[in-house]
Design a protein around this ligand. Structure first.
Ligand SMILES: [Zn+2]
Length: 72
């Protein structure tokens, strides 16, 4: 029973860590549609606005972006 608690505890730490580090690059423009895995992605080449580094869930929910077809 003690082991099970330990496993659950480790799982919670790992999953929360993943949420924190799961960040993406987004061109801070209304015309951009995707979030990117890499700042050097070809999809960001045309970005004339600021490139912001944000949490993936924010990119989807707040910025309405989808995954880039080039780097994802
Ligand atoms: Zn991309």
């Amino acid at each position: 029973m003690k082991n099970l608690i330990k496993i659950i505890f480790i799982f919670i730490i790992c999953s929360s860590f993943k949420i924190i580090t799961n960040k993406v690059y987004v061109c801070d423009s209304k015309t951009s549609v995707a979030y990117h895995n890499s700042k050097n992605c070809d999809g960001l080449d045309n970005c004339k606005h600021e490139i912001i580094y944000i949490i993936k869930s924010d990119a989807i929910d707040k910025y309405n972006k989808r995954a880039c077809k080039i780097c994802y």
